[in-house]
Design a protein around this ligand. Structure first.
Ligand SMILES: CC(C)(COP(=O)(O)OP(=O)(O)OC[C@H]1O[C@@H](n2cnc3c(N)ncnc32)[C@H](O)[C@@H]1OP(=O)(O)O)[C@@H](O)C(=O)NCCC(=O)NCCS
Length: 169
């Protein structure tokens, strides 16, 4: 299979924060942001694999900044590494200033998607070829994050997590 670049899967969703999507402090409800990120990540995984994809794990979410009612929110997702059937998707969330139009980073998240066939069985995806320095950094750290996610899910023994062990040597 030919390698694909993160640019080929990059997916951008821009939408407003409406009153029905906020918490009692009038900021975007966390679950609403998770859903928007899941949608963007799912499209990115599908663009990379051209297969049916399912969310296997939410590896990391950081709600660093509250997003106020009325904000214009952009969710940007791209595949950061592809393994055999699984893909790590990195998601950046930006909020746009109404007057200047400048974007500031509000949140980020990392999801894992798995490509499956019509019966739900995992299926091979193309490799990823990172291009920019940021894409290369994210690619390099992805195996460590995959191992951590598998250890936390009870699917990998800690003593088999070679990349994690290397961190502590
Ligand atoms: C995700 C799913 C297909 C994995 O199936 P599985 O039987 O565990 O298959 P495998 O063990 O062969 O794993 C398949 C891949 O997923 C990866 N994976 C599985 N669980 C993972 C986790 N918690 N974190 C990271 N990667 C994970 C495996 O490492 C493997 O990756 P690789 O092929 O790239 O090496 C299966 O668990 C599933 O269908 N889950 C439900 C998905 C769903 O409905 N999501 C929406 C939630 S509402």
């Amino acid at each position: 299979m030919d390698a694909k670049t993160p640019a080929e899967s990059r997916t951008t969703l821009t939408d407003l924060v409406l009153p029905s999507e906020t918490n009692p402090l009038n900021n975007l409800f966390g679950g609403e942001l998770l859903a928007r990120m899941d949608r963007a990540a799912s499209i990115a995984a599908r663009r990379h694999s051209r297969r049916i994809v399912v969310t296997a794990s939410v590896n990391h979410v950081a709600f660093n900044k509250a997003v106020p009612l009325g904000s214009v929110v952009t969710v940007e997702a791209a595949v950061s590494r592809a393994f055999k059937s699984s893909m790590e998707i990195f998601i950046d969330v930006w909020v746009e200033d109404r007057e200047s139009g400048q974007r500031s980073k509000a949140n980020e998240a990392i999801y894992t998607f798995v490509a499956v066939d019509e019966t739900g069985a995992p299926i091979q995806v193309p490799p990823l070829q990172p291009e920019t320095d940021l894409e290369k950094d994210r690619f390099a750290a992805a195996l460590r994050r995959k191992q951590l996610s598998l250890v936390l899910a009870g699917k990998l023994k800690p003593n088999e997590a070679t990349e994690l062990k290397a961190l502590f040597k």
